[in-house]
Write a protein that binds this ligand. Structure first.
Ligand code: IMP
Ligand code: MG
Length: 185
C-alpha cells in the first residue's frame, strides 16, 4: 500500500486506539487549564487538521477555530529553516487565548517564528502550543511546547494528518518510513 520511490513502510508507531486515548487525555488537560476561559484554537495546515478535529471534540471550553498555513518544508524530509505565511488568521488574535495546534515539531523553527515573532507581535492574551508529536533530538530552535502527545525518535512519520509529499494523511494510524534500496515497493 505504501509506495514511494526510495522509501518503504517501516512500521506502525501508534495505532488509532493509542492516538485516540492520548488525544482524550490532552483534551482533558487543556479543559482543566483553561477552565472558565475561551480559546481560539489555531490549526497549522495542513498536517494538524486530523488531530485538531479530534482534539477540539475533547475540549470542554468555549472554543473558536482558525487556521494558518505556513511553508518551511516543500516536499523534502528536511526543514529549510525558512518560514513563509501562506494563509493568515481570519480573525485578529488580539486579546485572545491562542492555542496553536501542530502535527509535529522537528527543528522547532516554524513554531518559534509563529509564537515568538509573529503572534507575539499581535497582542494575544496568551499563546500556547499543543503538538501531537515531538522529535526533541532534532530541535534547533528554543521553543517552549505546552502540551505534547508523544515524543518520538528521529523518524520520518506519516498518517493521522502527516504526509510525505502530500500523501498518506488519511491513514488512521501513525507509521514511519524507512529509506529503501529499491526504487518502489
Ligand atoms: P519544524 O519547523 O522543523 O519544526 O517543522 C515542523 C513541520 O515539518 C511539521 O509541521 C511538519 O509539517 C513537517 N515535518 C517534520 N517532521 C515530519 C515528519 O516526520 N513527517 C511529516 N512531516 C514532518
Ligand atoms: Mg506542518
Amino acid at each position: 500500500m505504501i509506495s514511494v520511490p526510495g522509501y518503504e513502510m517501516g512500521g506502525i508507531l501508534f495505532s488509532a486506539e493509542q492516538i485516540h486515548e492520548r488525544v482524550r487525555e490532552l483534551g482533558q488537560q487543556i479543559s482543566e487549564d483553561y477552565r472558565g476561559q475561551s480559546i481560539t484554537v489555531v490549526g497549522i495546515l495542513k498536517g494538524s487538521f486530523v488531530f485538531m478535529a479530534d482534539l477540539i471534540r475533547e475540549i470542554d471550553a468555549d472554543v473558536t477555530v482558525d487556521f494558518m498555513e505556513v511553508s518551511s518544508y516543500g516536499n523534502a524530509t528536511k526543514s529549510s529553516g525558512n518560514v513563509k505565511i501562506k494563509k493568515d488568521l481570519d480573525s485578529s488574535p488580539a486579546g485572545r487565548n491562542i492555542l496553536i495546534v501542530e502535527d509535529i515539531i522537528d527543528s522547532g523553527n516554524t513554531l518559534k517564528y509563529l509564537r515568538d515573532t509573529y503572534l507575539a507581535g499581535k497582542g494575544p492574551a496568551s499563546v500556547r502550543i499543543v503538538t501531537l508529536l515531538d522529535k526533541p533530538s532534532r530541535r534547533t530552535a528554543d521553543v517552549q511546547v505546552d502540551y505534547t502527545g508523544f515524543q518520538i525518535e528521529d523518524l520520518f512519520v506519516i498518517g493521522y494528518g502527516l504526509d510525505y509529499a502530500q500523501q498518506f494523511r488519511q491513514l488512521p494510524y501513525i507509521a514511519y518510513l524507512e529509506e529503501s534500496e529499491q526504487d518502489v515497493l
